[in-house]
Structure formats: C-alpha cells, structure tokens
Design a protein around this ligand. Structure first.
Ligand code: NDP
Length: 264
C-alpha cells in the first residue's frame, strides 16, 4: 500500500540532513512535491543534489531559512506556495537537543531551548496554516523526543521543553479539528544522525568502528533493540502520520525508540 501522497505538497523543516532528509526522500519516492529548509547553504545544496541524483524528475524546492526567524519562515511559506502549490503536509523536524544538567544550564540556555522547541513549531504552523486549512488532507507532524515522557537529568532543559511541545501538539490537534487539519508527533529515542556522527568523531577510542561505538551506546543506555535507530525508521513513521493513511489519527504519537520507553 502506498502512502497516498502522490502529487501532494509536503514541507519538511530541517530537511537537509538526518531524519528530515530521510523523510524528504520517502515523500519524493512516493511522488509528493517536497520543499525543505535548513540554515547551512552547503548542506542544503548537497541534500538537493542527493535527491535530484536519485529522482531526476522530482518536483522539489529548497530554501535557506531559520525556523526561529518568523519573517524568514513567512517568506519561505509564500515561496513554497508559489513554486509547488498549496501545502498539504507540514513536518516540523528542525532542531537539536541540549546536553546539560541543572547546574550547567544558565538562564540564557533555558531561554534558547524553550525558544527552539516552541517557535520551531509555532512559526511554521502560523506561516502554513492557511494552506493546510485549504487542503483536503491537511496535517502537521512534529518530531519530538521520548524525553517528553521520560526526562533525563543530563538533558534537563530539552526534556522539559519536549514535554511542553507534546502538550502543545495536543492543544493544536484539538483546536485544528474544526479545520480538518490533523496534528500528531513522533517520540524518538536515539537515532543515528549528524549529532551522533559529531560525537563519534570525538570518541575516546579512535579504533572503534561506528557499529561498535553505537552498539556500545545502546548497550550502556539499555535500549532493548541494542542499536540506535536509522533515520529512515522515524522518517517512515513521520510520513505515515502526515499522510492520508493516518486519516483517523490526531493528537496522537508514535514511539520510535527501539523499545526504550518505560512508561505504560
Ligand atoms: P540532524 O542534525 O541530522 O538534522 C537537523 C536538521 O535541522 C538539519 O537539516 C539542520 O540543518 C536543521 N536545523 C536545525 N536547526 C534549524 C533551524 N533553526 N532552522 C532551520 N533548520 C534547522 O539531526 P536529526 O536528524 O537527528 O534531528 C532531527 C530532529 O530530531 C531534531 O529536532 C532533533 O532535536 C530531534 N531528535 C533527534 C534525536 C536523535 O537521536 N537523532 C533524538 C531526539 C530528538 P542546519 O543545521 O543547516 O540548519
């Protein structure tokens, strides 16, 4: 069964690498028209080239855009509409986590983390909402973390901001029911990505392979599946929730953590 997104228009924020790029690839492979953004122009150009090499006739649009800059996001939304048509699916993926305990987290750090987790969603939602309301399959899908339900002391600010995002996602789902726009999220555990590649580059034992190093992390953290996730694994869940296949699902989450969740 296909995701039923052929000819539909999707936007993925932070689509230039990792989970976002994997979602872009699935959507393009399924025949959707896809726009994505990121801040680093080289990464953005490389991701565009990667997609066009695999799918030469893909209908895509990329733009340098910081999701925390409201005007940037509004301009991105206007151009996507002009270039690809009315947007049907918004995937809010841009962001990163912050590793720090209470004692290591200054007030400015809290403000930055709260701004990132709220406004990386609020700005795109505001900018694309009119399009989504006009769509027959309008959906918003937020990338969130299992930290929302299972906080970690070494990521205190990210955990608490993630809980707020989960709450916000539910509120939006209820409010946007009147517009027939569904709102859902995925809760991630640990997924191979640029963040992990950077940590791998700085590993203490330079002899360790990527597979050994990631398996070791999974073992230490007690991930039942004994490995980190691959970007395409959460990406498939994202595209499912964004697509009409999830037409009776809103205000909901899919856990993509390799069984790391401990709550019922
Ligand atoms: P990557 O670093 O590979 O990808 C992040 C993407 O977001 C990049 O395209 C990046 O491009 C973009 N981005 C970051 N900040 C902004 C911004 N302000 N405006 C626009 N684009 C931005 O990481 P992942 O694929 O792992 O992360 C995807 C999402 O999943 C993030 O929100 C992350 O916090 C979340 N997550 C990831 C986990 C993991 O284990 N990988 C665990 C829990 C949550 P650029 O830097 O050029 O702007």
């Amino acid at each position: 069964m296909s995701f039923q997104v052929e000819g539909k228009v999707a936007v993925v924020t932070g689509g230039s690498s990792g989970i976002g790029l994997a979602a872009v690839e699935i959507l393009v492979a399924e025949g959707a028209k896809v726009a994505w953004c990121g801040r680093d122009q080289v990464r953005l150009d490389n991701s565009k080239q990667y997609i066009l090499e695999k799918f030469p006739s893909a209908q895509i649009y990329t733009q340098n855009c910081n999701v925390l800059d409201k005007h940037d996001v509004q301009q991105f939304a206007q151009t996507v509409h002009r270039e690809l048509g009315n947007v049907d699916m918004l995937i809010n993926n841009a962001g990163q986590g912050r590793v720090s305990s209470f004692e290591d987290t200054q007030d400015e750090d809290w403000m930055k983390e709260i701004e990132l987790k709220y406004f990386s969603v609020l700005h795109p939602v505001r900018a694309f909402l009119d399009d989504l309301k006009r769509s027959e399959i309008g959906s918003i899908t937020n990338v969130n973390s299992l930290l929302a339900l299972q906080p970690e002391p070494h990521m205190i600010a990210t955990s608490s901001a993630r809980a707020a995002l989960l709450n916000l996602t539910h509120s939006l789902a209820h409010e946007f029911n009147q517009f027939k726009v569904r709102v859902n999220s995925i809760l991630l555990g640990m997924v191979e990505s640029a963040q992990w590649k950077r940590r791998y580059a700085n590993r203490s034992d330079q002899e360790q392979s990527w597979e050994e190093w990631t398996a070791n992390i999974a073992k230490k953290r007690g991930i039942p599946m004994q490995r980190l996730g691959k970007p395409e694994e959460p990406a498939r869940a994202l595209v499912f929730l964004a697509s009409p296949l999830a037409s009776y699902t809103t205000g909901s989450t899919i856990d993509v953590s390799g069984g790391f969740n401990k709550h019922l």
